[in-house]
Design a protein around this ligand. Structure first.
Ligand code: UDP
Ligand code: LCN
Length: 806
């Protein structure tokens, strides 16, 4: 980057740089984010009538492209540049156009100065640096391989097995001896005493099983194998057992990444899983669309079901039927005594359609009944988590008759609890963020102090740093959740270096190149969401009822608006009424475009219709705003707003009814971490227009199986929809083509079967990796504990005291 800047300074463009800087100086702002920078630059280009080529490919244009932020301090400008994904360089440009590279520390000090929170005379601020702890572990080199950690780890481990074979085969041997189910030894018994003996016995067992009929059940030759030192877990038939032994034999002789993965994926080591989603309203009915509760609940429930099925299948294939193996999945959440008609006050609830998956609700300790008897916003939840984890551990041990084999955290609070549980019980910890608040709220770290009363980001970001560093592995739904795109910073990436003025500086908050990161997108529940063309699986009376509800039913208690022409093509959206979900933006886009109104009706499903029904400030504001837009653009007769809480079956049928009418789904969020509704609409066959900010960019391939929209550009969004609609009016096959392609996209890439197979493979491989490198993590975990006790806990205690006065 410094070369680009030098070239720029030595070229004729130097004077352009000077005038561009002068434009910046004339702005009121001191802190320019990427969008601001691009706007100032394009204004500059048009003001000085610069050529097309200059605007897009000059040295200055390139510098602008790579610049994420510019901070103006006195007469200097600081350029924060992202030359490539997951890397950052900082330069100071002085008034006389001298360039100096700045250190991270200088940058963070400067940011503190910008908000008047730099106090050099009071000594240094605590500096958090996780970098040294990752020095021991292997790291990925090429940014495009970030998020494919397990492939990397397989290569690394198999090369170790080759180079350092004595040590690593010993590790593998010791690992295989560990596994038990309810006290019954699996895989190998103590008849096999060493790794050398293991390789001999494997060959012997192979010779034996290959002489048996391939479909002979394991139980029939169980005793022969036991005599050789092999316990259950190798396979349910002679053939499967032979395959597994063969893979091990190959692994011992000539290890390679595929063989390693194939072998470890077959080890029966996971039977009991906890999915932690503590913050509340976790249920199977009547909870969706409430504040803070949406996709996470859907995701965890579907994941639990799918995990159970996969664990049962794995146990069967491993030949464990004779041991009466019953895998168990527990969703750990909080019990809410005042549960508003939901089952959230019930301790144990079976997950529908499973044999042994449960929702276990553990109450918060009753520090302050005003708070702990009720639902608590995710922003206020922090003080209750440590004691919650202590209580939950007891209940989990009782439910599982021992420890679980894997703990998966969800969202910042769940990940912190997962860390506490995993540390106490010595179990593999997996993190899932769903959405990290830090990048959702602009400047949330820089102004944390001012926002603290409302959001308590000091607790949340500390919890995030703790959990993401402690986790054995992290699952993200998309690549960009980790490291963004070439021109936007990723959610995890935003934890790399930041200041919390007056609290701490983070100089290296997370190693983005660590193999712990893995992209494993979720699926969609295929029992509820399936293509509209599968008429045999649809219930005609439901279809009629939903159709009436969407377009004609007159029920002011839950539906607002009557359509002048219910037959127009429906533009449909469904989301919680959060500001970020931006349903109001969609309404405004529709309101501003008479042409769009000519072709379509707007149908919104959004939790509530009335301010009095909501206890959430953001939701209240959005309700008021939506009514205001409807009046302002006189959308009466063109819009329907359904304030309904739908059952799963109905929410599946809704998308299909929209497809019957050749409708469109629009997801207009200002930012969407992933976006389950997009999968739901696509699998139903509804052509989908989704925000280009966030996960949808990876789900949809633009113009192939859906479309991107920029929800901040209302006119462009309307034009894109109009273009599609007019194209469909001229050529009805076009709608069918996109519809078909969206269905194919989901079935090929976003199913729960793909998700859970991958997740369980990860859990096993990271389990092995964790076992082999345990001692190397202890110093990291001690550092993390210090952070928890010295920063997190006192702040949580302080918040608890504040709650006592509510
Ligand atoms: N949903 C619902 N009713 C509503 C709003 C949302 O059933 O009123 C469901 C929706 O079908 C989807 C989930 O809630 O399954 C929302 O997930 P998404 O990932 O789209 O967004 P999140 O709410 O998690 O940010
Ligand atoms: C939270 C979100 O905001 C969504 O983007 C995700 O789809 C959902 O969680 C499930 O991961």
């Amino acid at each position: 980057m410094s070369e680009l800047i030098q070239t720029l300074l030595e070229s004729e463009e130097k004077s352009d740089l000077r005038s561009f800087i002068s434009e910046l100086r004339h702005q009121e702002k001191k802190y320019f984010l990427r969008n601001d920078i691009i706007n100032v630059y394009s204004e500059y280009c048009s003001k000085y009538q610069k050529s097309e080529e200059f605007c897009s490919s000059s040295h200055l244009a390139q510098l602008i492209y790579y610049t994420q932020e510019i901070i103006q301090e006195d007469s200097n400008l600081c350029f924060i540049i992202r030359p490539k994904i997951a890397s950052q360089e900082v330069y100071r440009l002085t008034e006389d156009l001298k360039v100096e590279q700045m250190t991270v520390q200088e940058l963070l000090d400067m940011r503190d100065r910008i908000v008047n929170r730099f106090h050099p005379n009071e000594g240094d601020l605590l500096e958090l640096d996780f970098g040294p702890f990752y020095d021991y572990s292997p790291t990925i080199r090429d940014p495009k391989n970030i998020g494919k950690g397990v492939n990397f780890l397989n290569r690394y481990l198999s090369s170790k097995l080759l180079q350092d074979s004595q040590q690593w085969l010993e590790n593998l041997f010791n690992f295989l001896r560990l596994h038990q189910y309810n006290g019954v030894q699996l895989l190998i018994s103590d008849r096999i005493k060493s790794q050398q003996q293991l390789s001999q016995q494997v060959k012997k067992a192979l010779a034996f099983v290959s002489s048996r009929p391939s479909n002979e059940p394991y139980e029939e030759f169980r005793f022969n194998l036991q005599a050789m030192g092999f316990e259950p877990g190798w396979g349910n038939t002679a053939q499967r057992t032979q395959e597994t032994l063969n893979i091990l034999d190959e692994l011992i002789d000539s290890p390679d990444p595929q063989t390693l993965e194939a072998f470890i994926s077959r080890i029966p080591m996971i039977f009991k899983i906890v999915l932690v989603s503590p913050h509340g309203w976790f249920g199977q009915e009547g909870v969706l669309g409430r504040p803070d509760t949406g996709g996470q609940v859907v995701y965890v429930l579907d994941q639990a079901k799918s995990l159970e099925t996969q664990l049962q299948e794995d146990a069967r294939l491993a030949g464990l039927e004779g041991l009466n193996v019953q895998p168990k999945v527990i969703i750990l959440t909080r019990l809410i005594p005042n549960s508003d008609g939901t089952l959230c006050n019930q301790r144990l609830e079976k997950v529908h359609g499973t044999e042994n998956a449960w929702i276990l609700r553990v109450p918060l300790r009753d520090f302050n009944p005003n708070m702990t008897q009720n639902w608590i916003s995710r922003f206020e939840f922090w003080p209750y988590l440590e004691t919650y984890a202590i209580d939950a551990e007891k209940e989990l041990r009782a439910e599982f008759h021992g420890r679980p084999d894997l703990i998966v955290g969800n969202y910042s609070d769940g990940n912190l609890v997962a860390f506490l549980l995993a540390r106490r019980m010595k179990v593999t910890q997996c993190n899932i963020a769903h959405a990290l608040e830090k990048s959702k709220y602009l400047f949330s770290n820089l102004y944390w102090n001012d926002l603290e009363d409302k959001y308590h980001f000091s607790l949340q970001f500390t919890a995030d740093l703790i959990a993401m560093n402690a986790a054995n592995f992290v699952i993200s739904s998309t690549y960009q959740e980790i490291v963004g795109t070439p021109d936007s910073v990723g959610q995890y990436e935003s934890y790399k270096c930041f200041t919390m003025p007056d609290l701490y500086h983070v100089v290296n908050g997370i190693e983005l190149f660590s193999p712990k990161f893995n992209v494993v997108p979720p699926g969609v529940n295929e029992n509820y969401y399936f293509p509209y063309t599968r008429t045999q699986d649809r219930v005609e009376s439901d279809r009629q009822r939903i159709k009436e509800m969407l377009f004609t039913l007159d029920d002011p208690s839950q539906i607002f608006g009557k359509l002048d022409d219910p037959n127009k093509r429906p533009l449909f959206s469904m989301a919680r009424l959060d500001r970020i979900k931006n349903l109001t933006g969609l309404a405004e886009c529709f309101g501003k475009s008479p042409e769009l109104q000519e072709h379509c009706n707007l149908i919104l499903v959004a939790g509530k219709l009335r301010v009095e029904e909501s206890s959430d400030n953001e939701e209240k504001e959005e309700i008021v705003k939506l009514y205001h837009i409807i009046d302002q653009y006189n959308l009466h007769g063109k819009i329907r707003w359904l304030g309904v809480r739908l059952s799963k079956t109905d929410s599946g049928e809704i998308y299909r009814v929209i497809a019957d009418q050749q409708g469109i789904f629009v997801q207009p969020a200002l930012f969407e971490a992933f976006g389950l509704t997009i999968l739901e609409s696509m699998i139903s066959g509804v052509p989908t227009f989704a925000t280009q900010f966030g996960g949808p960019l990876e789900i949809i391939q633009d113009k192939v199986n859906g479309f991107y929209i920029n929800p901040t550009n209302l006119e462009e969004t309307a034009d894109k929809i109009i273009e599609f609609v007019t194209k469909c009016e001229h050529n009805p096959d076009y709608w069918q083509t996109i519809s078909q392609k969206s269905i194919e996209r989901v079935y090929s890439t976003y199913t729960w079967k793909i998700h859970t197979t991958k997740l369980l493979t990860l859990a096993r491989i990271y389990g092995f990796w964790n076992f082999s490198s345990q001692e190397k993590r202890e110093d990291l975990l001690r550092y993390i504990e210090a952070l928890f006790y010295l920063i997190y806990k006192p702040r949580a205690q302080h918040l608890l005291e504040q709650h006592q006065y509510r």
